[in-house]
Design a protein around this ligand. Sequence first.
Ligand code: GDG
Length: 498
Amino acid sequence: MNPNESSRLVVVSNRLPIVLEKSGSGHVVKSGTGGLVRALTPVLSHRGGVWIGWLGYGEDEVADLKEALGEGSRSVGYDFEPVHLSRQEVVGFYLGYSNSIVWPLFHDLLGYCSFDPDYWYTYLHVNRKYARAVHETTRSGDYVWVQDYQLIHLGAYLRQVDEKRKIGFFLHIPFPPLDIFVRLPWRAQILRALLAYDLLGFQTWRDRRNFLTCLQQLLPEVRITGKGTVVRAEAGDRTVSIGTFPIGIDYRSFASASGGEDVRARETELRSRFGDCKIVLGIDRLDYTKGLPERLQAYKNALERYPDLHRKVILLQVVVPSREEVPEYGSLKGRVESLVGSINGKFGTPGWVPIQYHYRSIPQPELIALYRLAKMAFVTPLKDGMNLVAKEYCACNPGHGTLVLSEFAGAAAQLQRGAMLVNPYDIEGMADTLHAAVMRPDDECRVRMRKLKENIRKQDIFWWVDRYLRAAFDRALGDFPGQEEYLPRMSLQGPNRE
Ligand code: GDG
């Protein structure tokens, strides 16, 4: 892709995509299994590359770390370069600035923000540390691709020591509208830091438009030119390209795993356990952005108003533990569990538990069996950069299912023609949609699911990497359907209401 084949790809993310497993008296490093790793691995190993990030462990916790990393690198064909963080750095940078300021603010949830200035200074210090690691382990001809909101300042620091570097950035979470973004005490610093990159990538047109509006209002000296997938911002003597690149999944691998014998056997086992009940599936990290209490309220509302759902439907909700050290996550867990308890207590009968709740991570084959089994996926974040669960469900489901998706997930712009969209704040609207989705005949579902699958297959994770790197090296990009949809088309009337 790059005319200069000797340049390597350097990916930098908050965490390294690896798992350390105990082996005898030492450790082995296993590469992570997410879509991003799978998509980047061929590019990294083909061109030679490095992945730089925090290990998630203290330096002294793993004695044979160097050896294990070297071994791991040899097996995947590219290098892992760890950044070590002290406990104090983790608290200020990760739990503080990243997860108690940027994460809630960028999801429009101001009430969860704690704008502690110490968090900001630790964030800057840690970004300098990552920039130093990049500078020390890479060459100036390498392409550096920084991932996500924790590392916005990395590019600016790297440019201070090497002005000519080619550096790109991709934001996995939403970019907020102007009136939310301006609450950030360090708003101008963040915008200027973003302008240090050569290419900025956003998930959707909505996020890019929000960013451009903030730029025009807060830094009016910046000139924006062009239109289409990539526009340019001219800031002094620098030109920054700004594009929309909706992230996808490894469609083929999900679809083929879904046809595998082990998965189908597990599906049959689960089917016999649930009998004739239709499964409504929720899969989420424990996070206040995912709209869990609102979803449970909607399910309760549906059971109250639609008695024909009783003993015919089960909500299977998997909540994956996450950020347990941030206090808001603990109270959210309490709220979710109390709602589950009260709904089961109110509606349950001998032989029917309306909600099956699991607070743990489940193995991938089990997850795929659930995607196959479910008559409906209930994906209702209050706001989400993309939401990969929505795409994975469609890739794996044989066709009898319906995707019920929040209008405020990035995926909604892309999947609006096959999914049933809901406003996650509208409890009755979600309840009505749930009822309609569960009752929808399988044949009708198949037609819509085929469209969804086609869309997700075409814009998969490899498409995403390819488009981003093409834009990074100024190669021509074709347009893609729906690229300029700000928000999906919304219905202004809920069914059954005045
Ligand atoms: C951020 C943005 C954006 C979940 N539970 C289990 C499990 N998972 C896997 C899913 C999926 C992933 O985790 C979750 O991805 P999401 O996209 O839904 O959400 P975030 O973690 O918030 O990701 C998001 C994404 O970045 C990519 O740009 O889409 O908007 O917030 O892949 O399958 N996997 C297994 N067991 C579980 O219990 N094996």
